[in-house]
Each structure stands twice: as C-alpha cells, then as structure tokens.
Design a protein around this ligand. Structure first.
Ligand code: SF4
Length: 338
C-alpha cells in the first residue's frame, strides 16, 4: 500500500436516499436521520472531489448511494465527467424509474460503465426490492447495456434469494446480457439487521455452483462471478477489483467516500475515517492517512477477513450482528464520527 500516490479506485456515495427500500440495503435508505442528511456534501463538493481524484491519478470513480440519480443536482454532477482526464466513471443504479430521456443523459454524459442491481427473477426481485418494477429494470438495463462501453448486472446474494440467483443468470443470458456479478450481502445496513447473511456452507455452495455454471457456459457467452474470492481458501484474487464489490477486502488501494464526506478504506472496518473532505482535499487526506491505511492493511489479512465475515454470519443466525459501518453507528448509536 505504501507508496501509492492515489487510491486506484474510489467509491462515492452521492446520496443516502432512494426510491426503493430493499430489505438488504447497506445504506439504510429511508432511515437516515435529518442531522446526518444535513451534513451531506453539496453537488459542487462532489464535483470537486471527482476532479481531485482525477488529478491524483485515480483510475475509477464509482458513483453509488442510495440511488444516485434521485439526488437533486445529479444531472449537474455529470457535467464533470467529460472534464476528467484519467478517471473513468462507473454508475451504480437501480434503473427502476428512469425515463428514456434520463437514460440518454447518462449515456451522453460520458459515463463508461453502468452497473444495475437485480436480485432475482420477478417474484424474488419483488420480495427483495419490495416493489414490482422488474420489467422496468430489465427494459432500462437493455437500453443502457446496448449503449455504454461496459455493463454488468449486480446481484446481492442473501438468505432469501440464494435459491434463485442461477435462475436469474439463465434469464439474463436468454435476454442477451453478458455479465453478472454475485455479491454477498453486507453485514452492515439492513442486510445484517434482517439476518440475511449466508453461512459459510451456503456461501461455499454458491461458490461451487458458480464453478459448475462456468464449466457449462463459457465466460465469452455469459460471465458469471462470485465476488468474494477472499472467502474461499486458496482462491486467487484478480488484480483489479471493483471497490464497491469488495467491502470486506482491504488488500486494495481503494477508498469509499460517504455522502457526508468521510473517507474510509473500508466501510466495514474503519473505526475512524481517514478524514473528511469538508476539512481537507482528498489528496491531503490520502497522504496523511497512509500510516492508518498500512496499519489496517496489516491487521486485516485474508485469514482475518474470513474469520470476521463468518463471525458476522454466525451471529446473524442467533441475533442481529453488531453495527459495523460508520453510517450504522451514526444512525443507531447516535455516534458522531466527526
Ligand atoms: S436500490 Fe440500492 S440503495 Fe436503493 S434501497 Fe435498494 S439496495 Fe438500497
């Protein structure tokens, strides 16, 4: 880690608001109290952060949330995309209520990659997302898929949809999609509180099924991946990983920036953020935080990550796991991080 002049990837929470209320939502949409929402970064501050990251040499900036596109000013935020010299921008969206005009604005902004969340085929999808918008999401996804450089479906795997994710893969394949990542439900947010974490046996069963799927369907036809290689002993990590896909992975020089400006290497572990972008530019925070980053890096070895993850999963079988993320702690313990 030491010696990196910039985070390779940065994930930026544009908002904590969303038009959905998914049962596993890591950002607790609809529950974030006003005193936290009042501290949210302005659109200008978000633009400045993106420009700062680009100047530092960050490769990829992921805009996420909440649902980024419902943030007032989101469309102005996109004005910054063509000004970035190095960084590519990835948008994670639920694609649940976009008009054709809005989809075109996303495509025309220069965003090169889009990730859409889909957690099951129609009925399972509705049970997770609590809204029957499956057809709209598929339709919007097809529209985006055919127009952006890189498109992927993201599927969060949890207790209640693990039986369905391979049916979804086959459905997506039949619809002409080419890439799907399975992500394990986070311990933080509603996923932990709703006891949705998979056990080790369930996770390994998914891992095994992905391996079987790959034997019958070549990646050139449909590329299905379980994005949790750190949980599988002996599994090789690919060199470049999506920051938001790896909330538990710290072997990467990625950072997450919360909607209120807290910069952390991992939303899960960081007991204290490296800093806040309202107090200092990202570059300064990054440089000043190198010792903390190195310490966290050393502490959270792959073996330790597995241990922590399975501890959360096991705790989830008995009772809700402990609050883990900065946002959870801010909301439910009234703990002011800053
Ligand atoms: S779409 Fe994403 S941000 Fe919105 S409620 Fe669902 S998980 Fe949360």
């Amino acid at each position: 880690m030491a010696g990196y002049t910039a985070p390779v990837r940065a994930s930026l929470d544009v908002t904590y608001a969303c038009d959905l209320r998914c049962i596993h939502c890591r950002t607790n949409t609809g529950e974030v109290p006003a005193h936290i929402r009042r501290k949210m970064l302005s659109i200008e501050q978000l633009q400045e952060i993106m420009l700062d990251l680009d100047r530092m040499g960050t490769f990829e900036i992921t805009l996420t949330g909440g649902e980024p596109s419902i943030r007032k000013g989101f469309w102005q935020l996109l004005d910054v995309v063509p000004k970035l010299r190095h960084a590519t921008v990835t948008l994670i969206t639920n694609a649940a209520a976009h008009t054709r005009e809005q989809l075109d604005r996303i495509v025309d902004s220069g965003i090169s990659s889009v990730r859409v969340s889909m957690d099951g085929t129609r009925e399972t999808f509705a049970a997770v997302r609590l809204k029957d918008v499956f057809d709209t999401v598929v339709e919007n996804s097809i529209y985006l898929r055919d127009r952006v450089q890189s498109f992927k479906v993201l599927t969060t795997v949890m207790k209640t949809n693990q039986h369905n994710v391979f049916d979804l893969a086959q459905y997506l394949r039949a619809q002409g999609f080419r890439r799907q990542d399975l992500i394990l439900v986070r311990a933080h947010g509603r996923g932990g509180r709703n006891l949705l974490l998979l056990t080790e046996a369930e996770t390994m069963a998914i891992h095994e099924k992905v391996a079987q799927f790959k034997k019958t369907v070549p990646a050139t036809d449909f590329d299905l991946n379980l994005n949790a290689p750190y949980l599988v002993p002996g599994e090789q990590l690919r060199p470049y990983q999506d920051v938001v896909m790896f909330p538990y992975l710290v072997r990467d020089s990625s950072i997450a920036i919360s909607a209120t400006g807290d910069v952390t290497m991992s939303r899960l572990y960081s007991a204290a953020p490296l800093g806040n972008t309202k107090d200092a530019p990202v570059q300064k925070i990054w440089l000043a935080g190198q010792d903390q980053l190195a310490q966290e890096q050393e502490e959270f070895t792959e073996a330790r990550l597995r241990e922590i993850f399975w501890d959360f999963a096991a705790a989830g079988e008995q009772s809700a796991p402990p609050l883990t993320s900065l946002l959870d702690r801010q909301i439910f313990e009234g703990f002011e991080v800053r």
